[in-house]
Structures are given as structure tokens and as C-alpha cells.
Design a protein around this ligand. Structure first.
Ligand code: PEP
Ligand code: MN
Length: 585
């Protein structure tokens, strides 16, 4: 029995497409419906389903960018394409007639696809539904004979409905192209079985005259047909474009691998999503099967799953396979709204240790933003050593932080201390912080792992790097790939500094994991004047950014006053680091 996740509920087109696909191959399938496409990806990564189904194209509506983006973001392995004809039928309750129908429910795109037919039913109103399965179920449960749904014929069987009309789409050849995806495993390679393959790619050409033409020439010279090329603006990078390309080739073919490698050199950004089997109706027209080889990695230059990369890891890496570098050789870039954490960039997150008042957090947000901070961090639930110390403003603090985020335009980060806070916190802020004291609160790690919100995971006070990576694994294994690690100092015999900032953690982590790493010199040293040199050191040693505490009036800070930077201190640090404000002030 194989399990496969799809977006929607039973009887939706995706569900029927999955069943048809597996049953035709003689496999028994259990389909798992989830509310969003992101949750399809998360279910596959978390192992709740072996396969996931993501749409990438529709013959009428065009590209579903979400499909491509989720494959890239969750580093999924496309296995094959499924081409599915969207066979739309009008379904009603037994006993109802076409003439009696007053309301028709369907997915908004489906309503558009059946526009001509709907125009012939002057008395019926079209009502958008979440998906075709939900529309059919609502009709069945509603018991109203004047209501009908547009859904696949299989939904009629499932919900006890009858067909009032068939062939109702404006264009009967209305195909959706889906990718069937799996979670990648180290060294995993699908074995070529003679089926023609297609390769999907996301790339941004360099901002130079002729760079796209050079890229296309490389494909032409390698006799690789482009079955699709489409562009869209790169998020957060005005007037730069990301191309979505499908190539009729297998990236493991040596000629194709060479061409792709040369293309990579011409690109500002390059993500090979993978090669997969082409859906059968078009299969005959594709590549040179004779030239295919089983050698080579999924990504020609990345060494995915190569034995060498794996050999550099300690044996304890078996406890954190999803966090280990080989599972994502190109590195994870965590996107927090418009901000990328990871990759080649260096970012600064700043804000008060505790949110204390509306003024304090809004002023801090604006001042740090003007100096180049890109994330606003403020605590509302504070883990304090003494129960008599200020514990934070709680939800009121979260609301104030969110307001400061809205006013300044900065995405927000705040600590979540218990499982019951996770859901509400995830709705209020952009990044969930797990504090050092909770690094091994496994229930909490699992709970944030079930969300789709990025997580900032701080290293525990006396946690080894192995334990930090195993903690990250808890989050990844629940299906949330967006984890940022944070070195914030550990307990040693030294008492001159609040903690000992373990900067050697950075190169070690960069080698062992694909997750981005921030350094928090504020908690690392605990003394204002020593934060500046350590911020520079963090950048020098290869961190993806720093996290620092800033307060309008440090002497009055209700927590961590000795380490709070003034705005002037913060400005000096930003100058040192060469960080420039990215938002107009
Ligand atoms: C904090 O970031 O304010 C904090 C409490 O940090 P840590 O969990 O690293 O002590
Ligand atoms: Mn603090």
C-alpha cells in the first residue's frame, strides 16, 4: 500500500488522478487530503505520505508557480509527471433536474473553464468552492435539489450524486500537468527504465546583455528542446526575473549535465528541481533514450548524496539525516516574507530583549530598520531565571511587536515557550523563536515542526552541536524545512563573559548542515562593549547573520539591560559590517 498526499478532499480531481495513476500500475494507494499545497509538501517531507501530488501547469490557465516553488523550497524529488484531463460534470442529488438548478458550486477556476455552459443556465448562480471534492460533498450533505456541483464523475459515485450534464468545459482538452514528488534520501537515484524524461529548472540570468540568449544557445547546442520557458519577477528583487523552464532531457545524461553546468555558470540563481518520467500521452516525442546513463547525481555539480560528502560527517549524523548537508547540498535559504536567510547573504535581526511598551518597540523598529536591520526581534514571553523578574507582556507584547512590524515593514521574530502558544504565535509573527532553555523541549519542537512558519532554533546552554542538529531534526521531520540555527554562547568555566560564544560552531555547522546559522553575540558575551568585535567575528567566520538586542534607553531595559545596545552602538556595528539599509527611510 502506498500513501499519497493531495490538496483537497476525497473526490477532487487530484484525488481521482492519484487513484487512477496507482491503480493502473497495480498498486494499492491510500490518498491523504490536506488543505493546502504547502501541506502536501510538508506531509511528504515528514513521511506522513510517501508521495505528494503538486500541479505545475494547466492547458488553459498556464503555470502553477506554487508547484515549482514548493519542489524547490522543500527540496522534493520529482518522480514523474501525471497528465490529467479535467473531466467536468454537473452533479446533483438523485431526482433533481438541470432545469431545477439555481446554484452551482465549483472551484473558481473550474467555473471559468465551464463559462459557456454556465451562461446557458440563466436561472443558476455560480458559487466558488474550495475544491471540486468539497463542492460535491456539500451538495450531497445539503439535501437541496436546486444545488449542483461541478466535479469529476468519480465524485458522483463517492457522494451518491447523479450526472445532470457532461462535457461541460469550454475546451474538452483541458489537461493539468502534475508532478508526483517524493522526499529525497541521500544518494537516492531513480533508475532509468527507458521512459523519456523531463527536467525542471528555476534560474535567474545575470543582469547582462545577452545572458538569456547565451543560456538558450547552450541548450540549442546540446540539442535539448525547451518544452516550457516562463518568467516571473524575483520576490524582493525588483525588476529581476526568475525563469521556470522544462527541458526534454535527463539531467543525468552526460551531454545534458555538461550543458546544465555551463548554464549554471551564467546564472545569478540556479535550482535544478530534478528529472522525472514524462506522462505517457506525450512520451513518444521525447529524448534520446539510448544516450541515457545511470551515472551522475541529480544535480550535476552539487554532489548530492555523494559518498565523499557523507564521509565528512560524524557517525552521529544518523540521528539527523534531514539536517545533514548531503540531504540539501545547495543549502537552505529560509524565506521570511521578503527576507532571505541563508545562501550568500548576511542579515541582521535586531530589537529589544523584551517588548515593554508600544512606543519602545515601534521606535526601536524604525531606528534599527533605518540602519539596515531586516528582521525585528522582540520577546513577549520571557524565560527568566527568577520567577520575580519581569516575565514579558505576553500576548499584549506579541500584538505590539506585530504592530511595530506592520509599521516598519520588518518581519517579526518572537519566542514561543509552550506548545499551547504555538498556533496563535504562528498567526501573529513571521518567525517562531525556540529559546536556548527550550532547545530540547521535544514536544515544543514537534509542535513548531507541524506549522509552516520559519523557526529560529537557539543552541541550548550546554548543548553540543550534535544535540542542536538533532533538535533541528525534530522540526524538519515534522515537515517544516524552514529552520534557522542560532549560536548564542554556551556554559563554560569562564565567568568574565555571560556565556562563551562558540564561534567555532559556525564553520562546523556550515560543513555538517545545510541550515542557515545566525550568531547572537548579545547573549554570547552579555556585555554591551564586547558585542561589536564579536559581531565582526561572526561575519568573518561565515555566519549567515547576527541577532542583537537594542533598546532606546538601555539603562531602563526590563531585561538584559547590560547587553542592550543603544541606537548609536547599533549603528557602529552596522557600519563595521558594511550593512546598508535596504528600505527607503
Ligand atoms: C532571548 O533571545 O532574549 C533569549 C532569552 O535568548 P536565549 O534563549 O538564547 O537565552
Ligand atoms: Mn535577551
Amino acid at each position: 500500500m502506498v500513501t499519497a498526499a493531495f490538496q483537497g478532499i476525497e473526490g477532487a480531481h487530484s484525488d481521482v488522478a492519484l487513484r487512477t495513476h496507482f491503480e493502473a500500475r497495480g498498486d494499492k494507494v491510500e490518498t491523504v487530503g490536506v488543505p493546502t499545497f504547502r501541506e502536501v509538501a510538508a506531509a511528504v517531507v515528514a513521511g506522513r505520505a510517501r508521495y505528494g501530488l503538486l500541479p505545475i501547469d494547466n492547458a488553459i490557465a498556464g503555470t502553477f508557480r506554487d508547484g515549482y516553488d514548493l519542489v524547490a523550497q522543500y527540496d522534493l524529488l520529482p518522480v514523474r509527471e501525471i497528465l490529467w484531463r479535467m473531466d467536468h460534470r454537473l452533479l446533483g442529488l438523485p431526482g433533481s433536474t438541470l432545469a431545477a438548478i439555481r446554484r452551482i458550486e465549483a472551484h473558481p477556476i473550474v467555473l471559468e473553464e465551464c463559462g459557456r455552459f454556465l451562461a446557458t443556465l440563466a436561472a443558476a448562480r455560480a458559487i466558488p468552492a474550495v475544491d471540486t471534492g468539497v463542492a460535491a460533498r456539500d451538495v450531497a450533505e445539503g439535501g437541496d435539489k436546486t444545488v449542483a456541483a461541478i466535479a469529476p464523475p468519480q465524485a458522483a459515485e463517492r457522494y451518491g450524486l447523479v450526472e445532470l450534464a457532461s462535457n461541460i468545459a469550454d475546451y474538452p482538452d483541458n489537461f493539468t500537468r502534475f508532478l508526483l514528488v517524493e522526499a529525497p534520501v541521500w544518494g537516492q537515484e531513480t533508475t532509468p527504465d527507458g521512459t523519456p524524461r523531463r527536467t525542471s529548472l528555476l534560474f535567474a540570468a545575470r543582469h547582462e546583455a545577452g545572458s538569456l540568449a547565451r543560456i538558450l544557445t547552450l541548450f540549442a547546442d546540446a540539442k535539448i528542446n525547451l518544452s516550457k520557458l516562463e518568467s516571473r519577477p524575483r520576490p524582493g528583487k525588483g525588476w529581476e526575473y526568475l525563469f521556470y523552464a522544462d527541458l526534454d532531457c535527463d539531467a543525468r545524461d552526460p551531454d545534458a549535465a555538461r550543458a546544465l553546468e555551463r548554464v549554471r555558470e551564467l546564472c545569478a540563481e540556479f535550482r535544478l528541481l530534478g528529472s522525472y518520467d514524462i506522462a505517457s500521452p506525450r512520451a513518444e516525442s521525447a529524448t534520446r533514450a539510448s544516450e541515457r546513463t545511470s551515472k551522475g547525481a541529480r544535480d550535476p555539480s552539487a554532489g548530492a548524496g555523494s559518498p565523499k560528502a557523507a564521509a565528512d560527517l560524524p557517525s552521529s549524523a544518523k540521528n539527523w539525516p534531514k539536517a545533514a548537508r548531503p540531504s540539501k547540498p545547495n543549502g537552505t535559504v529560509v524565506r521570511v516574507r521578503q527576507v532571505d536567510v541563508g545562501g550568500d547573504g548576511f542579515i541582521v535581526a535586531a530589537g529589544p530583549c523584551s517588548v515593554e511598551s508600544r512606543d519602545q518597540v515601534i521606535v526601536t523598529a524604525q531606528e534599527v530598520r533605518a540602519r539596515g536591520a531586516v528582521l525585528l526581534r522582540g520577546g513577549a514571553f520571557k524565560p527568566r531565571t527568577s520567577p520575580y523578574a519581569f516575565q514579558g507582556l505576553g500576548w499584549e507584547g506579541v500584538e505590539l511587536l506585530a504592530e511595530a512590524g506592520r509599521i516598519s515593514g520588518l518581519p517579526t521574530v518572537s519566542e514561543v515557550m509552550s506548545v499551547d502558544q504555538v498556533e496563535r504565535m504562528a498567526r501573529s509573527v513571521d518567525v517562531l523563536q525556540i529559546g536556548a532553555r527550550n532547545m530540547q523541549n521535544f514536544d515544543l519542537l514537534k509542535a513548531v515542526g507541524k506549522t509552516t512558519t520559519p523557526v529560529l532554533l537557539k543552541r541550548g546552554l550546554s548543548a553540543s552541536l550534535d544535540e542542536l542538529l538533532a533538535a533541528a531534526e525534530y522540526i524538519l521531520s515534522e515537515g517544516n524545512p524552514q529552520v534557522i540555527l542560532c549560536e548564542r554562547g554556551i556554559r563554560t568555566f569562564e565567568t568574565a563573559t555571560r556565556n562563551t560564544l562558540d564561534l567555532s560552531a559556525v564553520p562546523v555547522l556550515r560543513e555538517r548542515t545545510h541550515l542557515p546559522i545566525l550568531v547572537d553575540p548579545s547573549h554570547g558575551v552579555g556585555v554591551r562593549r564586547w558585542i561589536r568585535p564579536l559581531a565582526r567575528a561572526a561575519k568573518a567566520v561565515g555566519a549567515h547573520g547576527i541577532l542583537v538586542e537594542v533598546h532606546p534607553n538601555p539603562s531602563e531595559a526590563k531585561s538584559d539591560a547590560e547587553q542592550a545596545l543603544t541606537f548609536a552602538d547599533f549603528e557602529q556595528i552596522m557600519d563595521d559590517l558594511g550593512q546598508i539599509p535596504v528600505y527607503p527611510s
